[in-house]
Ligand binder design. Structure first.
Ligand code: DC
Length: 225
């Protein structure tokens, strides 16, 4: 049986990766996998077990012993499991938000999660979003996209997303937080040389999805559905 395509979607926070990746997966009949949720799950495990976030060796040990995986949820969402517990909502807490860049900056943690992400994509038929998917995790992906958008637009999208989740967000605070995350994430955010960059500053979700489908093997058939 032919394997489905492997699609890598990278870019900074607020570029619209998760919304777009999920829609692309649905149109391609693939599974959507949110790699960032795995870093968040390790951050949650660290907070729960009281590991000092400056202790890289301890974080690496924690990641190596943690059982973190992703699976498809209802409606094509990506669910994250920590030791079998569904922590998809828990990893969106402000505490995890604050802790995760420190966890994802530890090379040993990255090595553990990158190996797990490769295993998840082994069978094909996946759309994975993150920061380093096209360049490091899945360099053999059939289609690589790097989504960008102006900081101001990313801040507004992130703000609206938080409000939708019922959070009492402040636009300026969201701006500071996103700029801080960009600084922390910068090392991971090197675009794969063979990725197609799509600036979504002036593009809607549907237009972005169409552009990506046109780049994917078998995707052109599904564009315009
Ligand atoms: O996309 P997100 O906000 O859920 O990502 C959470 C954190 O994990 C963020 O600090 C970036 C980091 N991350 C990463 O380093 N590599 C990935 N492939 C995905 C996310």
């Amino acid at each position: 049986m032919a394997k489905g395509p492997v699609v890598a979607i990278d870019g900074p926070a607020g570029a619209g990766k998760s919304t777009v990746a999920r829609a692309v997966a649905q149109r391609l009949g693939c599974m959507y996998l949110d790699s960032g949720a795995m870093y968040r799950a390790i951050a949650l495990a660290a907070l729960r077990s009281g590991v000092v976030l400056d202790d890289a060796a301890e974080l690496e040990r924690l990641a190596a012993g943690a059982d973190v995986t992703l699976r498809e949820g209802q409606g094509g969402g990506s669910r994250v499991l920590l030791g079998g517990e569904d922590v998809t909502e828990a990893v969106r807490s402000p505490q995890v938000e604050e802790a995760v860049p420190r966890v994802s900056g530890v090379p040993g943690v990255r090595a553990v999660l990158i190996a797990a992400q490769r295993r998840l994509a082994e069978a094909g038929g996946v759309v994975m979003d993150g920061r380093d998917i096209g360049r490091v995790v899945l360099p053999q992906a059939d289609c690589k996209v790097y989504l960008t958008a102006d900081l101001e637009v990313r801040v507004r999208r992130r703000y609206l997303q938080l409000r939708e989740r019922g959070r009492d967000a402040d636009l300026e605070e969201v701006g500071r937080e996103l700029a801080r995350r960009d600084r922390w994430d910068r090392d991971q955010m090197v675009q794969a040389p063979d990725a197609t960059e799509i600036d979504t500053t002036h593009l809607g979700v549907e237009q972005t999805v169409e552009r990506i489908l046109a780049l994917c093997p078998g995707g052109a058939r599904r564009a315009g559905n």
